[in-house]
Design a protein around this ligand. Structure first.
Ligand SMILES: CC(=O)N[C@H]1[C@@H](OP(=O)(O)OP(=O)(O)OC[C@H]2O[C@@H](n3ccc(=O)[nH]c3=O)[C@H](O)[C@@H]2O)O[C@H](CO)[C@@H](O)[C@@H]1O[C@H](C)C(=O)N[C@@H](C)C(=O)N[C@H](CCC(=O)O)C(=O)O
Ligand SMILES: Nc1ncnc2c1ncn2[C@@H]1O[C@H](COP(=O)(O)OP(=O)(O)OP(=O)(O)O)[C@@H](O)[C@H]1O
Ligand SMILES: N[C@H](CCC[C@H](N)C(=O)O)C(=O)O
Ligand SMILES: [Mg+2]
Length: 487
């Protein structure tokens, strides 16, 4: 049990009714989880409003209610606290509840449209290899040093974040690398956390269903940098046109990295092959298994971060050269017929374009590039024609299929992708709604030396339709389809 007053430390209260000197059990923002003597924080959501469930929470035993507007009828024995912003109050309370775990380790946030999982996962692996105890909060999984926990979001809710940071404290973790999504920032999931530093990867088209305008999307990302303390570091991609915007109002120590512009950390690409690339960083050559210009940026961001955090430069280069591709990011397989299949999580126009630029640069003759791609349902619809355009323009054959349709019609999503295809490219596209069949067809169409790209789902091991998830793994599917070919 904890003292309610202690959990409320730092929360600005507009009104209080009842006693804050009471012992409470747990803290919840979902009434369905509330039990005896818990605190319920009502949050206004996009689908419903937590304020509707205050009475339910009380019936289930809630001893205190945090809300943006006090209910008209107050129940005796329950403490009510009015706050301006429920999400913000929850963030501060969650941190207090777990004894401010972000202050007991070095927490580094990674934000940007693409590359967050890659950069944070590789930093996790690099610091592990350097001998530290490390944490990771990412789209794929949460790691408390060597113990793995499943996750549902790129940036989980504040209770989940602080709980895992608390476990990291118990484990003696020194560094934690965490993805900070724009939804996460907007919903205050990263509020109240003490960041040692933040990294910006890049900004391109995504989530315009949620943020409405690109400027709003950019300014949301910038909030992470605006909130950094004077002693923290802020590292930005200087080649990205929004890179400097991130640093505009931060109090933190500023650092830049770039391939094309003058910056604190610079790299040059010397060679790019399917099995790796050769980079020059700080007059030293670095061989990495991760290929593509976009990964040169990721690797440089990792190098800069490790340097800023105090690792020795040559040691960093040695450790980077040992890093493997992150699951579902440019994960490839070459069949006995010499057909290359690449599975990649490219689910934004920019990522798809970058991956296809990288793949096309690997071609040495007249090999075909066959792209299997879909777009997620209940997500930014305006990405669809753009991704359709890119896939058809930059491949010899594009097969449009389902990603995670969620509550939308897969056929309609495919039609929206087709709307972006130029007339001269129409003959290059096929529409096969069933993803398994689409992958099989790509394999059947491929000849020796051709390259198949299966884009959009990367590491995901499911396909979600109408709230139901079925097992589905792009890498397993494409490998099985290639292995069963009898050419
Ligand atoms: C669009 C979005 O981000 N929604 C998130 C939001 O849900 P919401 O606003 O719809 O919540 P709601 O259902 O209206 O409920 C409002 C409140 O009432 C409460 N409630 C509800 C019902 C009830 O019976 N009792 C009760 O107390 C809920 O617990 C909640 O506190 O708050 C929820 C709790 O934290 C999140 O789980 C949920 O993520 C949904 C599932 C989601 O799909 N989010 C995606 C878009 C997302 O966040 N993605 C980013 C990555 C994006 C990227 O960069 O690529 C991520 O960080 O994962
Ligand atoms: N630095 C980069 N610039 C552009 N594209 C990138 C970069 N790094 C990775 N990508 C592409 O974006 C895809 C997603 O990468 P990653 O999972 O690291 O991004 P993310 O920001 O974590 O995405 P999410 O928003 O889903 O969490 C990769 O599969 C690759 O195609
Ligand atoms: N974090 C991203 C993941 C998209 C992955 C793609 N496979 C899809 O389902 O749209 C999102 O929630 O928008
Ligand atoms: Mg991610």
């Amino acid at each position: 049990m904890k003292l309610l007053k202690d959990i409320l430390y730092g929360v600005s209260l507009a009104a209080v009714s009842g006693d804050t000197n009471v012992m409470v059990n747990h803290l919840h923002f979902d009434s369905r989880k509330v039990e005896m003597d818990d605190v319920f924080v009502a949050i206004k959501g996009l689908i419903t409003d937590g304020h509707k469930y205050i009475q339910t929470a009380i019936n289930q035993g809630a001893k205190a209610i945090v809300c943006e507007k006090l209910p008209e009828i107050l129940v005796n024995g329950v403490t009510y606290l009015e706050v301006d912003n429920g999400n913000k109050a929850l963030a501060i309370m969650a941190s207090n509840f777990y004894e401010n775990p972000s202050k007991n380790l070095k927490l580094v946030g990674v934000t940007g449209t693409n590359g967050k999982t890659t950069v944070s996962s590789l930093l996790y692996s690099l610091f592990k290899k350097a001998g530290y105890k490390v944490g990771l909060i990412s789209t794929i999984k949460i790691m408390v040093d060597e113990k793995e926990y499943p996750t549902t979001h790129t940036t989980p809710d504040v209770m989940t974040i602080n709980w895992h940071l608390h476990l990291m404290n118990q484990e003696g973790v020194e560094f934690c690398f965490m993805e900070v999504s724009s939804h996460g920032i907007h919903q205050k999931r990263a509020e109240g956390l003490h960041f040692e530093g933040a990294i910006f990867t890049n900004l391109s088209h995504d989530h315009l269903d949620y943020h409405k305008t690109f400027a709003e999307y950019r300014d949301t990302k910038k909030e992470l940098f605006d909130g950094l303390s004077r002693t923290a570091f802020a590292l930005t991609n200087f080649d990205d046109k929004n890179g400097m915007v991130m640093l505009q109002n931060t109090k933190a120590r500023k650092y830049t990295y770039a391939l094309k512009s003058f910056a604190d950390y610079r790299a040059q690409i010397l060679e790019n092959q399917i099995n790796g690339q050769l980079l020059k960083i700080d007059d030293n050559e670095l061989w990495s298994k991760l290929i593509g210009d976009f990964n040169a940026y990721n690797l440089l961001a990792i190098y800069a971060t490790a340097d800023i955090l105090g690792l020795e430069k040559l040691e960093i280069l040695r450790l980077i050269s040992e890093l493997e591709n992150v699951d579902g990011r440019f994960q490839y397989f070459i069949s006995k017929e010499k057909i290359t299949a690449i599975v990649d999580y490219a689910h934004t126009p920019d990522a798809l374009k970058n991956v296809l630029i990288t793949i096309n640069a690997l071609r040495t003759g007249n090999e075909n590039v066959i792209t299997v791609v879909g777009c997620g349902g209940d997500r930014d619809k305006s990405k669809r024609p753009v991704m359709g355009h890119i896939a058809s323009e930059m491949s010899n054959q594009a097969i449009f299929t389902s990603d995670n349709p969620r509550t939308e019609s897969p056929e309609v999503i495919i039609e929206e992708m087709e709307a972006g295809v130029e007339p001269q490219n129409i003959k290059k596209i096929l529409a096969i709604e069933n993803r398994k069949q689409a992958i099989k067809t790509a394999c059947k169409l491929a000849s020796a030396n051709d390259i198949i790209l299966v884009a959009g789902k990367g590491h995901e091991n499911y396909q979600e339709t109408n709230g139901k998830r079925i097992d589905f793994d792009d890498f397993k599917e494409v490998k099985a389809a290639l292995n069963s070919l009898n050419k």
